[in-house]
Each structure stands twice: as structure tokens, then as C-alpha cells.
Design a protein around this ligand. Structure first.
Ligand code: ARG
Length: 586
């Protein structure tokens, strides 16, 4: 299916050629076209051009208008104010554009990006043998949406779940399990995520207790870390048990989140173990890293501690051990040289920004990153409780992600049940999950990622306002109208005159492609939520003002059904790009 040129782009092209006909040196100038309340679009670019050409802006604008082709797409154009151009689109052009989108149900006429590349995205990276918390929620939800957005624009996306599966705590866990071999056994073959996690949690607590109280155990545990990093087979096998047990739990949480995480994409810190020595050697040989107090370090002029001394990135500790930085630097080499990425994207808490700043700068000095390969941290803010402080339980503990999701599903099920007319219990449960998880995802995605946001379930599942539930209901309502229409099918009638609410809705549907392009290019799912919320609002005012099934003529009924359906498809596609379901009935 061919992509559809949006009305904005068409007008933009027309204006550009009229501009260059008027003022040849302005051939590449941006007419600064925007949607406007006064007309359909307003172009403000003439002012700056006139200033540059030392011309009278109103006169220049008038000349541009005289060079402009009108009568098909552009119904009317007039000069206003100091030299603005107000553009009105022909009704026929709006309906024809939407009809072309409608004929392409898979992509709604959205073009692919001009120069797609390969992006490796690092997201959804919980830690082995630990509970997942709200921070892990954000990385997973934002990352998943960015994956969908990028893939929709034609980018090749490689997913990497950089789970925390390496490090000193494993010595303690492995040693304890070795001494208490049955602690991870399951009663039956069907192990649930919760059971897996409660086993791990119990074991972690017991191991910790031993570690803190028993000096001899502590020594044995420390030796175990060395065995692990040296690749001792028995120790590795024990470690694998922890990883497998944790994965059962991770997968259960991701499933609850209605998110597809694939096993081969889980390449945790341990996956780069074989590269660590070489990473250090390369950095040392190139002089990027130097020895300092026995450790291998990278220094930065602008990164200093409170005492004024430079704070280094430690690539190898003085005891020879490797940490988080060595792993991340090795992962960069893998992603650049083996996976052939052009872009490395990290969806990670803003509190790790200093780490990434140092890691990226180190990689640039080593020429692993350069003009052809860039790295970006898509840093997200903290999830806050209703008190405005980082989200904690009443006892001051970190809130378990599963508990939160279950609560969201409960609340959403109550909302669905209240509204449901003809839904069975099973349907209520299914819709409750789709609404509840959608609400959590939407709330997370609808503020720009770098900002903190308050986790407020009541607000999230509210039917009014900027929530996924509002969008899901708009979608379901359209479905019910289409069902009620029975034999009468949606059909575009470009010959009809449109009401203002129809025009506003139509122009916004046509702008979907731009919203996708912008959200993808800026890694900004919140631009997609804003687009969709406005779409649902414009639909609501259309629905209030323009009777659909009771419209005046049969053609108008069909045309309005068509507007309904193309809106529904756009809502559905846009929500899918956020990882949110749109149930047919609610
Ligand atoms: N596991 C880490 C955490 O829970 C996040 C990993 C981020 N990714 C990375 N490449 N360092 O904080």
C-alpha cells in the first residue's frame, strides 16, 4: 500500500513552491505551517522572510497567494494580520485523504521513515533474585512503546534486556543454596511466578542472615564469587538455577503487563563476561583508562566530587573485580560491532544519568561511539506516592510491582462491572485486566518520561480526562454504533459538505502520521498519548453535534459512519503503539 501524503504536507509543498516562485532565494524556507483556530492552518514564516528580504510582509504574502495553486486541496487562502497566511482546506480533500488512509488498514497511509537504521534498545532490565518495583515498570512500559513506535517507522530494532544477573551477592546466594540444596525445589511441576519469587525471597533473607552473622560463611561466600567469575562449572550451574527461577518470575510479571519479552533478547550483565578483559585491555592500550590506586579508571574534567577531586569511572577494581561500568562498556562494543547498531538507546532511571554520561564519554574516547553511532539515555523520572515522595508502602518498603498491578486490575474491573450491561464474568475479568493494565501504562506514558509522576490509581481508572479508559470507551462506543448500523456500511462521500466538528476530526485523523513520526523521532510516547486524547475529544464533540445514524441523508449516514470507523482504526493503531489494548466492547 502506498503511503498517503498528509494535508499538512500537501499545503506545505504548495506553499513552498509559491514561495520560491515569488522569492527564488526562499526556495528552502520553512513557511512555518501550523494548525490554527482561525482557519485550518496558519503559516507564519513570511514575516521572517520579508524581514530578511527587506520587503513588506503583507505585500510579500499577497504575492505568495497569487502564485499559489488553489481550488483542489486549498479552498481558500487569505492574508491576515501583519502577513500571516490563513489556509482553508476543501471538504472534498479532507474526505478523500481519509478515504485513502482507510484503504490501507495496516498502516493508515503512514509512510516509513526515509533513512531507517538499526537501534539497540536496552529496557525492561530487572535484577535476578530480587522483586521488581515501579522503576522496572517504567523502563518496561516506556521501552515497549518506543519499540513499537520505532518498528512502525521501519527502524530495525534489537531488544536487549540487560538484567542484573552478575555480581557479589551471587556468591552469598550460591554458597547458601549449596549448603541447603533443597531450598529451591518445587512441590509440583507447574511453578508460578509468585512461587518462584517467594522461594527466592526466602532464600535471599536466609542467606543474608547467615552472611551477616557467620564469619566463616562470609569467607566461603566471598570465595564463591571468585569461583563464579572464574567459570567453575558447579558454581555456574548453581547460578543458572537462580537465573532460571528469576526468569519464571519475570515472565509472569511481563505477562501480567501484557508485554512480549523474548528469551533470546534477555542478555544480562553476565552475557558480557567474556569481553571484560579485552574491554579493559583496549581502554588501557589506547590510554583512555589509566591505573590509579591499583584500579583501572577513566577521568573526566567536569566530573568532581564534593571535595573537588575528580570522580573516576572505575572499569576494574583494585581487587581485579569488574563492575557495572565494565559490563556496560563491553555491551556497547557488542552492540556496535556485532549487532551493527546506529543508535544505542537506554531506557533507564534518571538517577543513573551520571553513570551513562561517563560510560558514553569513555566509549566516545575509545571511538566505539562517534558520528555514525550515537548513544542516548532515555532517562525517566521517579514514581511518586500521593504524598509526593518516592513511592513506598506504609511501612516504608518498596512497593511490589505485582501488588500494584493487581490493585489496578481490581479497580478497573469494578469500573467495567459497573458499566457492563451484557458482559459475562469471564469477559469482565478479561476487560478488567485490559483496562487496568492500560491505565497503568497510559499514566506512565502520558507524562514526558524525564518528569516524576504521582501514582494515583483513582485518577488512572477515571472515565473522564486524559486516561486510557476514556480512550478505550471512545473506541468501544464507536464499535457499538457500527454494530447498530447493521447493514449500512461506512462509506466515504467526498461530495458532501462537512460540519465544523467533522472537519476538525478529519484534519486530526489525517495528522496521525505526523504524530507517529514525531513521537518516534523524539522517543516521546507522551506525544502519541496527547494526539490520541485530542482525537478522542474531537470525536466526542463530533458525536455530540453530528447525529450519525439519524443524519439527514443516507449518504451522510454512510459518510459519518466512515468518519467513525477511520477514527476507531486510528485510535486502535495509536493505542497499539503504546502497548495498550482496545477491547471491542466495554
Ligand atoms: N538492572 C538495572 C537496575 O535495575 C538496570 C540496567 C540498565 N541497563 C544498563 N545497561 N545498565 O537498575
Amino acid at each position: 500500500m502506498a503511503s498517503v501524503t498528509s494535508l499538512t504536507d500537501l499545503v506545505q509543498q504548495r506553499l513552498a513552491s509559491a514561495l520560491s516562485a515569488t522569492l527564488p532565494e526562499a526556495a528552502d524556507a520553512d513557511p512555518l505551517l501550523r494548525r490554527s483556530d482561525r482557519a485550518d492552518f496558519q503559516a507564519n514564516g513570511i514575516l521572517a522572510l520579508a524581514k530578511k528580504a527587506k520587503a513588506n510582509p503583507r505585500e510579500l504574502a499577497t504575492q505568495v497567494v497569487s502564485h499559489l495553486v488553489t481550488g483542489d486541496v486549498i479552498k481558500d487562502i487569505e492574508v491576515s494580520g501583519p502577513g500571516f497566511l490563513n489556509v482553508t482546506i476543501a471538504d472534498r480533500a479532507i474526505v478523500e485523504n481519509l478515504a485513502a488512509r482507510y484503504a490501507d488498514p495496516d498502516r493508515l497511509g503512514v509512510p516509513f521513515a526515509e533513512n531507517p537504521g538499526t537501534t539497540v534498545i536496552d529496557y525492561a532490565q530487572p535484577n535476578v533474585a530480587k522483586e521488581m518495583h515501579v522503576g522496572h515498570l517504567r523502563s518496561a512500559v516506556i521501552g515497549d512503546s518506543v519499540v513499537q513506535l520505532l518498528e512502525f517507522t521501519g527502524e530495525t530494532v534489537v531488544r536487549r534486556h540487560h538484567i542484573g544477573d552478575w555480581g557479589t551477592q551471587f556468591g552469598m546466594l550460591i554458597q547458601y543454596l549449596d549448603e541447603h540444596p533443597h531450598e529451591l525445589d518445587h512441590k509440583d511441576a507447574q511453578v508460578t511466578g509468585e512461587e518462584a519469587m517467594s522461594n527466592l525471597g526466602r532464600l535471599y533473607k536466609a542467606a543474608r542472615k547467615h552472611f551477616d552473622s557467620d564469619e566463616e560463611f562470609k569467607t566461603r561466600a566471598r570465595r564463591r564469587v571468585v569461583d563464579l567469575q572464574a567459570g567453575d562449572p558447579h558454581t555456574l550451574a548453581m547460578w543458572q538455577k537462580f537465573v532460571d527461577e528469576s526468569k519464571i518470575y519475570f515472565f509472569s510479571v511481563f505477562e501480567k503487563l501484557d508485554m512480549e519479552i523474548r528469551d533470546p533478547d534477555i542478555v544480562g550483565e553476565s552475557g558480557y563476561n567474556d569481553m571484560l578483559d579485552e574491554t579493559c585491555r583496549l581502554l588501557e592500550e589506547s590510554g583512555v583508562a589509566v591505573e590509579s590506586d591499583g584500579a583501572l579508571c577513566v577521568f573526566f574534567d567536569d566530573i568532581k566530587g564534593p571535595d573537588g577531586n575528580k570522580v573516576p569511572l572505575i572499569v576494574r577494581k583494585s581487587d581485579g573485580g569488574y563492575g557495572y561500568a565494565a559490563t556496560d562498556l563491553s555491551a556497547i562494543r557488542d552492540r556496535v560491532f556485532n549487532l551493527k547498531a546506529n543508535t544505542l538507546l537506554y531506557v533507564v532511571d534518571a538517577r543513573q544519568s551520571l553513570h551513562f554520561k561517563m560510560v558514553f564519554e569513555t566509549a566516545r574516547r575509545a571511538d566505539w561511539l562517534n558520528d555514525d553511532v550515537t548513544a542516548v539515555q532515555l532517562a525517566f523520572g521517579t514514581v511518586l506516592g500521593s504524598d509526593g515522595k518516592p513511592f513506598k508502602t506504609r511501612e516504608g518498603e518498596t512497593v511490589r510491582l505485582v501488588d500494584l498491578l493487581d490493585e489496578a486490575i481490581d479497580r478497573a474491573s469494578a469500573v467495567v462491572r459497573e458499566k457492563a450491561q451484557d458482559l459475562s464474568e469471564a469477559e469482565i475479568a478479561e476487560r478488567g485486566a485490559q483496562v487496568g493494565i492500560g491505565a497503568v501504562k497510559y499514566a506512565d506514558l502520558s507524562t514526558s518520561a524525564n518528569r516524576d509522576y504521582k501514582f494515583d490509581l483513582d485518577q488512572m481508572v477515571s472515565l473522564n480526562g486524559d486516561t486510557s479508559v476514556y480512550l478505550q470507551y471512545a473506541y468501544a462506543r464507536i464499535g457499538s454504533i457500527l454494530r447498530k448500523a447493521g447493514e449500512v456500511r461506512p462509506s466515504a462521500h467526498p461530495e458532501l459538505e462537512l460540519a465544523p466538528a467533522e472537519r476538525a476530526l478529519g484534519l486530526h485523523v489525517d495528522a496521525f502520521a505526523e504524530a507517529v513520526a514525531e513521537a518516534a523521532a523524539e522517543y516521546a510516547p507522551h506525544k502519541m498519548t496527547a494526539y490520541l486524547y485530542q482525537l478522542a475529544s474531537l470525536y466526542t464533540s463530533f458525536y455530540d453535534k453530528c447525529p450519525v445514524l439519524k443524519a439527514e441523508t443516507p449518504e451522510q449516514v454512510e459518510n459519518r459512519l466512515f468518519l467513525c470507523d477511520v477514527t476507531a482504526r486510528t485510535l486502535h493503531q495509536g493505542m497499539a503503539l503504546l502497548g495498550i489494548r482496545t477491547p471491542e466492547r466495554l
